[in-house]
Ligand binder design. Structure first.
Ligand code: PRP
Length: 212
């Protein structure tokens, strides 16, 4: 009898893509799991338990061992910098982190950048040799340059629709983002057989997936 594998799944827009990938890999996740408001979901047939966490918190649950593995975007991994293993690029939820601003943006004396990713943004501008003040926001980041809170933003671009509808332009792409499978360091050793077999099944599916 193997232990239950605790999987931190990101609530929200990545969840359905992650669940679809698991299903493609042959894991029979009941469809009602997609709609539930329950936060801990037991999947005894799979020897798994899903923990539905806010995406930004997935690395925290995994680092502390509250979850053995998790699915999380590369954006969150780079922002949070947690002590966990990154096992697999799942190739889902593909988008990019970019510097964005109004089309007429000019470098000013006071440069303010709004973002949900203060560590990523600070690191980027430091590497570029640009002195900026980074302002942390929690969502609707595109609002900041429109109403004069900041000159530019650092945010995710997926389809570009939010930028287009708000008259903003992408100035510099910083890095590509996809979702990753991550593991707690101790769990990776103690539950290696289970984790490895899941990786193998996922790997077979993502070999062919490049665009979702
Ligand atoms: C994300 C991101 C952008 C938008 C990009 O926001 O912060 O605002 O999606 O997607 P697009 O290029 O397809 O328009 P999200 O919807 O996660 O909400 P948030 O504003 O609360 O962060």
């Amino acid at each position: 009898m193997t232990d239950i594998l605790k999987v931190a799944m990101p609530k929200g827009r990545i969840y359905k893509k992650a669940a679809a990938l698991f299903r493609e890999a042959g894991l029979d996740i009941p469809l009602e799991v997609d709609e539930t408001r329950k936060l801990v979901i037991s999947l005894p047939e799979l020897n798994m338990e899903f923990i539905l966490a806010k995406p930004v918190d997935v690395p925290t649950y995994v680092e502390y061992g509250a979850a053995d593995i998790g699915i999380v975007g590369k954006d969150v991994l780079l922002e949070e910098d947690r002590d966990i293993y990154e096992l697999l690029d799942l190739g889902i939820a593909r988008c990019r982190m970019s510097v964005i601003g109004l089309p007429n943006w000019q470098p000013g004396i006071q440069q303010r950048v709004a973002t949900k990713y203060p560590n990523v943004a600070s690191r980027y501008f430091r590497e570029q040799g640009q002195q900026v003040e980074v302002i942390k926001l929690n969502g609707s980041i595109e609002l900041a340059p429109l109403i004069g809170l900041a000159d530019r933003i650092v945010d995710m671009v997926e389809t570009g629709q939010t930028l287009q509808e708000n008259g903003l332009v992408e100035m510099n792409p910083i890095f590509e983002i996809t979702s990753r499978l991550v593991a707690n360091r101790v769990s990776y050793r103690m539950k290696n057989g289970q984790i490895q077999s899941l990786c193998d099944r996922l790997q077979q599916v993502i070999g062919g997936n490049v665009t979702n």
